[in-house]
Design a protein around this ligand. Structure first.
Ligand code: PLP
Length: 461
C-alpha cells in the first residue's frame, strides 16, 4: 500500500469507490479529501483482523468504533440473529406489549450493572441513549415538583453522540459550530486531562481541582437548578483521557452534597473495556443512571440501553401517566437476541476477567515497553484494553506539533499503510482493540505501533 497522497485520480478508483464518491454521504468525513483518495473499502473480517478491497490484512486496533469487543466472525451471533429473524423479526415494546428477547436482555443487563441500576430502557444508538438520559433526568426533577431543575452539566471535549441532544451535551467545539442552535441549559466544566492541562501539579492535586470545577459550576448556576452531571468514566473519543484517582471520589462527593443526579456514559467503557463490566466498577462510581451501546451487541447490530437506578425508576413508576419517549426499534427482537448472546459469550468465556487479569495488564505493559523514550510520545495512559498517547514535538516542554501538520493524521495513515487501525484524535493516538485479542496479537499490535511512530517521526522531520 502506498502512503496517503492527494494526487490519486478518480479514474484509479475501484467501481465501489467511484459509486461511494458519487452517492454516499459519510459521517465525520472531509468529503473533498475522501474523494481525492477514495474511501478504503473493507470487504470482510475475522477475529481481530479486517481485509480491504486490495486484499490487505489489517489489525483492527480500534474494534471498529470501539465496539466489536468479541472480534469478527462469531458464528453464534449470526445464528442468534438468524433464529430470531425467523421466529419474530419485529415487534415493538410500546403500549403494553413485550417479547422474550427484550425481557431476557433487560434481565441479563441488570445482572451485570452496578448497584441498583436494574431497570432497562432500550434505544438503538449511544446518541439515542444519551438523549434518553437527558430527557429522563430532567423529567425526574419535574416529577419531583422542580421543573426548573433542568441544567445538565457535562465536560469540555466530551463526546456524547451526534443527535442534537448528544451534540449539545458533548463538548466538541467543531460539532457545536454546525447545525445549531443547541439545546439550552447545558453547562460544561473542564476535563480531567492531567498530562495536557495539569501543569506542574501532582496528578492527585489536579484530579481534585478538575472535580471541584463541578462544585464551582453548581454554585455559579445555583444547586437547585441542576438536574444532573453527565460524564464518561474515561473520556474515549476525547482522546482516552483517564482521570487521576482523586477525581471520581470527589465528583461523587459533590453530587451527593448538592443532590445532583450522576449520569455515567458507558457507551465506550461498558462491557469489559476497562477490565470490569463497566467503567463505573473500575472507578468505584455509583451512578443514578447509565447509558450503554457498542459492546452491548459487540457492534453486530445497533442496540443501546439506559439503566436506571431505584431513585429515578421509583419516581417514574409512581406516576399514573406515560413516559412519552421511545423508538420504533426500542428493544428490537433481533438486536436484543444478538446482545443477549453477546452477554452469554462474555460470561461463558470469562472475557471481562481475561481483560482484567491477563490481556489488559499485558497490553498496557507491552505498549509502554515497546516505546521506551520514543521521542514522539509524551505520555501514555489507559487501563484494560483502552489506551491513548500524546504525540509531542518536544517531550520536556510537552510542546505539540503545529496543528497545520496534522501529526495524528500522518500517523493514522502510516498505520493503515502498515496493516494497523489506530485512530487519531487531534495529536493523540488511541487504541481499543477487540477484547478477545490474545498476547501474540498484542505483541503484533505494539510492534506495528512502534514502526508507525518511527515512520511518523521521519515524516515530521
Ligand atoms: N457516548 C459516547 C461516550 C460515545 O463514545 C459515543 C460514540 O462514540 C456515543 C455516546 C454515541 O453513540 P452512537 O454513535 O452509537 O450514537
Amino acid at each position: 500500500m502506498s502512503h496517503d497522497s492527494n494526487t490519486t485520480t478518480a479514474t484509479s478508483h475501484s467501481s465501489l469507490q467511484q459509486s461511494d464518491a458519487r452517492f454516499h454521504l459519510h459521517p465525520f468525513t472531509n468529503t473533498t479529501r475522501l474523494n481525492n483518495k477514495g474511501a478504503r473499502v473493507i470487504t470482510h473480517a475475522d477475529g481481530v483482523y479486517i481485509w480491504d478491497e486490495q486484499g490487505h490484512k489489517i489489525l483492527d486496533g480500534m474494534a471498529g468504533l470501539w465496539c466489536v469487543n468479541l472480534g469478527y466472525g462469531r458464528e453464534e451471533l449470526a445464528e442468534a440473529a438468524d433464529a430470531q429473524m425467523r421466529t419474530l423479526p419485529y415487534y415493538n415494546t410500546f403500549f403494553q406489549t413485550t417479547h422474550g428477547p427484550a425481557v431476557e436482555l433487560a434481565e441479563a443487563i441488570a445482572s451485570v450493572t452496578p448497584g441498583d441500576l436494574n431497570r432497562i430502557f432500550f434505544a438503538n444508538s449511544g446518541s439515542e441513549a444519551i438523549d434518553t438520559v437527558m430527557r429522563l433526568t430532567r423529567h425526574y426533577w419535574a416529577l419531583q415538583g422542580k421543573p426548573w431543575r433542568n441544567i445538565l452539566i457535562s465536560r469540555e471535549n466530551a463526546y456524547h453522540g451526534s443527535t442534537i441532544g448528544g451534540t449539545s451535551l458533548g463538548g466538541m467545539s467543531g460539532m457545536h459550530k454546525q447545525g445549531g442552535p443547541l439545546v439550552p441549559n447545558i453547562e460544561r466544566i473542564r476535563q480531567p486531562y492531567w498530562y495536557g492541562e495539569g501543569g506542574d501539579q501532582s496528578e492527585e492535586a489536579f484530579g481534585l481541582l478538575a472535580a471541584r470545577a463541578l462544585e464551582e459550576k453548581i454554585l455559579a448556576v445555583g444547586p437547585d437548578n441542576v438536574a444532573a452531571f453527565v460524564a464518561e468514566p474515561i473520556q474515549g473519543a476525547g482522546g482516552v483521557i483517564v482521570p487521576p484517582a482523586s477525581y471520581w471520589p470527589e465528583i461523587q462527593r459533590i453530587c451527593h452534597k448538592y443532590d445532583i443526579l450522576l449520569a455515567v456514559d458507558e457507551v465506550i467503557c461498558g462491557f469489559g473495556r476497562t477490565g470490569n463490566w463497566f467503567g463505573s466498577d473500575t472507578f468505584n462510581i455509583q451512578p443514578d443512571i447509565m447509558s450503554m451501546a457498542k459492546g452491548l451487541s459487540s457492534g453486530y447490530l445497533p442496540i443501546a440501553a439506559v439503566a436506571v437506578g431505584d431513585r429515578i425508576a421509583n419516581t417514574l413508576m409512581a406516576q399514573d401517566e406515560d413516559f412519552n419517549h421511545g423508538f420504533t426499534y426500542s428493544g428490537h427482537p433481533v438486536a436484543a437476541a444478538v446482545a443477549l448472546k453477546t452477554i452469554d459469550i462474555m460470561k461463558n468465556e470469562h472475557i471481562v476477567e481475561q481483560v482484567r487479569d491477563n490481556t489488559g495488564p499485558y497490553f498496557q505493559k507491552t505498549l509502554r515497553e515497546s516505546l521506551p523514550d520514543h521521542p514522539l510520545v509524551g505520555h501514555i495512559e489507559g487501563t484494560g484494553l483502552i489506551a491513548g498517547m500524546a504525540l509531542v514535538q518536544d517531550q520536556a516542554s510537552k510542546t505539540l506539533f503545529p496543528s497545520t501538520l496534522d501529526i495524528g493524521l500522518i500517523c493514522r495513515d502510516h498505520c493503515f499503510d502498515n496493516g494497523l487501525i489506530m485512530r487519531a484524535v487531534g495529536s493523540r493516538m488511541v487504541l481499543s482493540p477487540p477484547l478477545v485479542i490474545n498476547k501474540a496479537e498484542i505483541n503484533e499490535l505494539c510492534q506495528k505501533v512502534r514502526l508507525c511512530l518511527d515512520l511518523t517521526l521521519a515524516s515530521a522531520q
